[in-house]
Design a protein around this ligand. Structure first.
Ligand code: GLN
Length: 476
């Protein structure tokens, strides 16, 4: 049996029935990595020894008949902007190339506490800034569905790892679409949870008011299982929500009868590929057939979201990235003449072009005289975007839209044109300023390339998203 192909829930069942061991499962995934990752390049760091030690411990527990968690013994990949104690965490940046965190992010600690097997750290756009994983300072990742194409970004390594069966599940981070877009391009499931649902402690900050960690998985049931593992209050994250965490697997009921589904017309605009629209409309028709009540709605401020996002996210990034000064940790230039020169050269040599672009945009937007015109205005637009969601959720339980206007594009195609790259996230980057959860799941193909459906939910409405996703998955 090709164990690496298993889902989390399938592997858990076989482990607890003692039909396989975690060491066998982990070996199978590690061998597959050795075989396909030289082409895909999903991983920056693979940790085979740590993984096998952890697998061994789980097998001992299972042999003793101990009860184990649904994630126990399961090989999981973690995006390389999530701190892992003792394991290099680079953010795909030269400036953190040799950074080994002295602590675990809360999500990494949770995975370890549940006996998950962390197999490695996945590639991303540098500091999660990008939509294709081509902004990695090390190498681009390739889309397993077509290796000439990008896997999406910025969690491209995590999505590609799941799609290529070189991780059973993975964690990514989503500031404007970085879990959902690569999920869509690679044909896997990705969830951006409600802001505050999953702890951000130990996630290297990009735009703190937007960042959220989420799962990338092979199916909806696995998404629920990973959420059960990582959701919840954390006193180490001041934006963490205190609300109790439901058992997300209880939402795995294929029933959407009577559910009110809104279709915002601003998400079906010029620029969307006809095949993508057709696949998304097909999924909407399936929801109707399953008994959902579908209606059109309008979210009039959607057209300002991209502009507002590209003020707010760079503004926050410019302050968050001020800490990389070559003094406390990370890369430090060797040829400084004095302290100031050291700061300049460290940052010149340590950051890539997209990161520098964001720092400049953000610093400009926050500077005296421009703050009101740009940053403050963008924050007001953010409130209007949130308002659009509040209004729509008065009438509907969920909203459906495409995840991206196109399928995965060719490597190199958008690198020369930052605006074309930014437009890739046009449909995803509304959820982050509004703080609402959003799920991406496969809903069809265009010439063999996956199309992602996106479902937005009310704050803390993850269960409803999973229910809709499950119903569609079961019906497909
Ligand atoms: N592509 C968007 C950006 O570059 C979103 C990235 C993300 O969600 N981390 O900012």
């Amino acid at each position: 049996m090709e164990l690496y192909k298993l889902t989390v829930h399938e592997a858990h069942e076989l482990l607890t029935k003692k039909q396989i061991t975690s060491v066998e499962l982990t070996r199978s995934v590690l061998e597959r990595i050795a075989q396909v990752d030289p082409t895909i390049r999903a991983y920056i760091t693979v940790t085979p020894d740590l993984a096998l030690e952890q697998a061994q411990r789980v097998d001992e527990k299972l042999a003793k008949g101990e009860r184990v968690s649904p994630l126990a013994g399961i090989p999981i990949a973690v995006k390389d902007n999530i701190c892992t104690k003792g394991v290099r965490t680079t953010c795909a940046s030269r400036i953190l190339e040799n950074f080994v965190p002295p602590y675990d992010a809360t999500v990494a600690r949770q995975l370890r506490a549940l006996d998950a097997v962390i197999v490695g750290k996945t590639n991303l756009d540098e500091f999660a800034m990008g939509s294709s994983t081509e902004n990695s300072a090390f190498f681009p990742t390739r889309n397993p569905r077509d290796v000439e194409r990008v896997p999406g970004g910025s969690s491209g390594g995590s999505a590609a790892a799941v799609a290529a069966d070189i991780a059973i599940a993975a964690l990514g981070s989503d500031t404007g679409g970085s879990v959902r877009l690569p999920a869509s391009f690679c044909g896997v499931v990705g969830l951006k949870p409600t802001y505050g649902r999953v702890s951000r402690y130990g996630l290297v900050a990009f735009a703190s008011s937007l960042d959220q960690i989420g799962p990338l998985t092979k199916d909806i049931a696995d998404c629920a299982l990973v959420m059960n593992g990582i959701a919840g209050y954390d006193r180490m994250d001041s934006t963490s929500l205190p609300e109790p965490v439901p058992d997300y697997t209880k939402a795995l009921v294929p029933d959407v009868r009577g559910l009110r589904v809104g279709v915002p017309r601003e998400y079906f605009v010029a620029g969307i590929e006809p095949g993508v629209e057709k696949a998304v409309r097909g999924a909407i028709d399936r929801l109707v057939a399953l008994g959902a009540q579908v209606g059109e709605t309008s979210m009039p401020h959607t057209k300002y979201a991209l502009a507002a996002y590209y003020i707010i996210a760079p503004a926050e990034a410019s302050t968050n990235l001020a800490r990389y000064d070559g003094i406390k940790y990370g890369f430090s230039t060797r040829d400084a003449t004095d302290m100031l020169d050291g700061y300049f050269k460290t940052r010149q040599q340590g950051f890539g072009p997209e990161v520098k672009r964001r720092i400049m945009l953000g610093t400009y937007a926050l500077s005296a005289g421009y703050y009101d015109a740009y940053y403050l205005k963008a924050e007001k637009v953010r409130t209007l975007i949130k308002h659009d969601f509040d209004e729509a959720f008065q009438k509907f339980d969920v909203l459906v839209a495409p995840t991206a206007p196109t399928v995965a594009f060719k490597i190199g195609e958008r690198m020369a044109n930052p605006m074309a790259m930014y437009l890739t996230d046009i449909f995803t980057l509304t959820a982050n300023p509004a703080g609402v959860p959003a799920l991406a799941l496969p809903c069809g193909q265009v010439e063999g390339l996956p199309v992602g459906l996106q479902i937005f939910g009310k704050p803390l409405g993850e269960e409803t998203l999973l229910r809709v996703g499950y119903a569609l998955e079961q019906a497909h």
